[in-house]
Each structure stands twice: as C-alpha cells, then as structure tokens.
Write a protein that binds this ligand. Structure first.
Ligand SMILES: Cc1ncc(COP(=O)(O)O)c(C=O)c1O
Length: 384
C-alpha cells in the first residue's frame, strides 16, 4: 500500500508554500559568496534585530536546558501594558503563521468557508484548504481589499474573514474607518481576522481595540518578524477577547514559543526607539526606491509597508537574473502576477544595488525584446 493512500485527502491536494530563498541556499546553488548576497525577498527587517534583543537572546541561551514558559506569562503581561488590554487577551505563537493555523484548528472543518482577498497573504488559503474548508477569494479593487465585496461574499457557512492590512503582496492598507465599519457589519457567526503584520510601518495604525473591548468576534494578528527584526526566532501574537484567546490556547502545542524568542520579543518591545528608527529608515528607503523605479519607467503599487510590488515584465526571469548577481527578490507568479516581483526595502546600500540590478535587467530585457526571445540567455551581461 502506498503511504499517500493513508493520508487525509486534503493533504494530497495541499499546495506547498514557496518561501523566499535563503541566502545560503542561493550561495550554494550559484557558487556565490553568501556575504555578498542581498536578500530582499521576505519582507524582513534588513536593519536586523534591536541590539537589546540580541543581548537578551544571548543571555537566555545559558538557560537553554530548561523548557520555556509555555504560557508566555511575561511577554503577555508586557504586551498587555503596550496595547492597554488584559494579559488574557493575548495569545503568542510560533510566528503569526502559527496563529492562523490555530484559528483553523479551532474554527474550520469541511463545509466551512473563509472569505479572503486575492492576492493576499497565501497562508490564509493554505490553512483553509488544510482543514478541508473552502476559500472564497474576493479580488482586490485598485490593489486594495474590496471590503464591501468581501462583506457581500459572507454566507451562513462563513467562519472566518481574513483582511490583511497592509496587504502582502501589494502593501496597500484599508483605513481605520473602513475596517471598523466592515467589522461592525459582520454577522455574529463570523470571526474577523485582521492581519497587522506590517502595521508598525504605518504612521498612524488603526486602533481596533475598542471593537475588541465591545466583544466583537475579532482577532488582530501581529508579528515580531517584520519591524522588530526577529523573523528567525519565530514569534507573533494575536489580541482578541479573553474567550477567543482561551480557545486558541486549547489547541496550541505546550511549548510553542521558545524561551530565546520570548525574551528577545520582550527586549524588542522595550526598544521603541529602534523600531521607530527602522520605520523612518524604511520610509526614506521606500521614497528613494520609488523615485528610482519611476525614473526607470517601472510601474509599482504604492506601498505602506516595507516592500514594493513592481511590474518588471517577466517576473520569473527577472528574479533569476537578479539572483545571478546576488540579489534575491520574490517572483509573484504563485500569486497569479506573472509580470511582477515583490522587493523588500532595505538599507541604502542594498536599495542602491537593487536599483542598479533592475536597471541592468531592463537594459537586457529591452535588447532581448529587440533581438528576439532568449537573447539574454546567451550570457552577455551588461555591467549596469
Ligand atoms: C501578512 C503576513 N502575515 C503573517 C506573516 C507571517 O509572519 P510570521 O509567521 O513570521 O510572524 C507574514 C510573513 O511574511 C505576512 O506577510
């Protein structure tokens, strides 16, 4: 008997998540020096973690023989004072990805529907399918979540509605007023999930806590992987009513967030200056890259996050081309955007290298267009 015949059917049809390529992987594949590779593929903070988080994590290693506090007591207390909610209104996960999965464990089964935008963060769809539920995908409007259309897609079978703001991969955000009206209009059998992974990059992030305090079925998801620069440590959190958090607590693994991640997250929260410097540096980098792309005649979607969706022609080929010169970006074909790539905004030097790489790509692509397909594959690379 083949092992696959023993698996749940939804596992066999499950699409596989395509992550941004790790630096070491690309270095091995292309024989490049990893030190020279620039990764702008996964919306990480290229400024790294706060030095205070590094110090706290390093110290915590000496306690590595002990299991962590599975309930994340200190971190939840700190988050509570940070956000002005109770500690029982937080659930901490192994990245916010895990929280999306926990929502699936609690709420989803065959016959249920999840309303989400397309393109939006792909994990909502993956988790929906994994639990045998049905994704109901509502196209973006002007690259932004079309909240009225999403509301219209809700049925008696809808369990979750996922809104990503700012949205990955477009970087667009819905206003606080829009989100509030949308959440208030949701029927009681629906749990609204607002994914705020990039909220810290907004100058004035919407404050949805009053709606949580009113007892609406709402959970907001945040992560330490983006502005706090702790993607490797895997820590994210959700805030919601104590009842909703208690349900998620029931289905998590006992020690889902490691001790190093917990103390690093605490220290990162305490270093608000570092986060604010990263936010400002990102805004400056974004303005510089937008200006350069405009100069090159490259179309892009105006972004409020730390990445930019750019129309470069053939996204897959542009990605390979950039990789050959040591710059990892993200092709968007898996999101149905064949002509687009998503690029993370980095430090000034990385941004400069990215723009030069794209300039070279366009130069080559325009020659290829003049001289016929596959011209660029013959290996004559312009210096840029
Ligand atoms: C919109 C969005 N939500 C959630 C995540 C998951 O973040 P993590 O699991 O690292 O906390 C990401 C990661 O890229 C994201 O873009």
């Amino acid at each position: 008997m083949r092992i696959e015949s023993l698996a749940r059917p939804s596992v066999l049809s499950q699409p596989v998540y395509q992550p941004g390529k790790p630096i070491d992987y690309v270095a091995r594949e292309l024989g490049l020096d990893p030190a020279g590779i620039i990764k702008l593929a996964s919306n990480e903070n290229t400024f790294g973690p706060s030095p205070r988080a590094i110090e706290a994590a390093t110290k915590a290693l000496s306690q590595g023989a002990l299991y962590p506090d599975g309930g994340c007591y200190e971190l939840r207390r700190r988050l509570a004072s940070f956000h002005g909610l109770g500690p029982d209104q937080f659930v901490v996960g192994n990245g916010s990805n895990e929280l999306i999965e926990l929502l699936g464990h609690v709420f989803l089964g065959p016959g249920d529907e999840v309303v989400m935008a397309t393109p939006a963060f792909v994990v909502y769809k993956l988790v929906t399918l994994l639990f045998g539920a049905k994704p109901v995908e509502v196209p973006l409007r002007d690259w932004t979540h079309d909240l009225p259309a999403m509301a219209a897609a809700v049925t008696s079978r809808t369990k979750l509605v996922c809104v990503c703001s700012p949205n990955n991969p477009t970087g667009t955000a819905n206003s606080g007023e829009e989100l509030e009206a949308f959440i208030r209009a949701m029927p009681d059998h629906v749990v609204v999930v607002i994914d705020e992974a990039y909220a810290e990059y907004l100058e004035n992030p919407p404050d949805l806590k009053p709606i949580i305090r009113e007892g609406k079925h709402l959970i907001c998801l945040r992560t330490f992987s983006k502005i706090y620069g702790l993607a490797a440590l895997r820590v994210g959190y959700g805030y919601a009513s104590p009842e909703l958090c208690a349900l998620l607590e029931r289905v998590r693994q006992p020690f889902n967030v490691n001790a190093i991640a917990q103390v690093a997250a605490l220290a990162a929260l305490d270093d608000g200056d570092f986060a604010e410097r990263c936010r400002r540096a990102n805004a400056e980098g974004m303005a510089a890259v937008e200006l350069a792309l405009s100069g090159l005649g490259i179309e892009f979607v105006r972004s409020k996050a730390n990445f930019l969706l750019s129309k470069v022609g053939d996204g897959d080929t542009c990605f390979s081309r950039m990789q050959q010169i040591g710059i990892i970006i993200r092709p968007m074909a898996s999101y149905g955007l064949n002509d687009w790539v998503r690029i993370t905004i980095g430090e000034a030097k990385a941004n400069g290298a990215l723009v030069e790489g794209l300039r070279a790509w366009f130069w080559t692509a325009s020659i290829a267009a003049k001289e016929g397909p596959n011209r660029w594959r013959q290996g004559d690379r312009p210096s840029g």
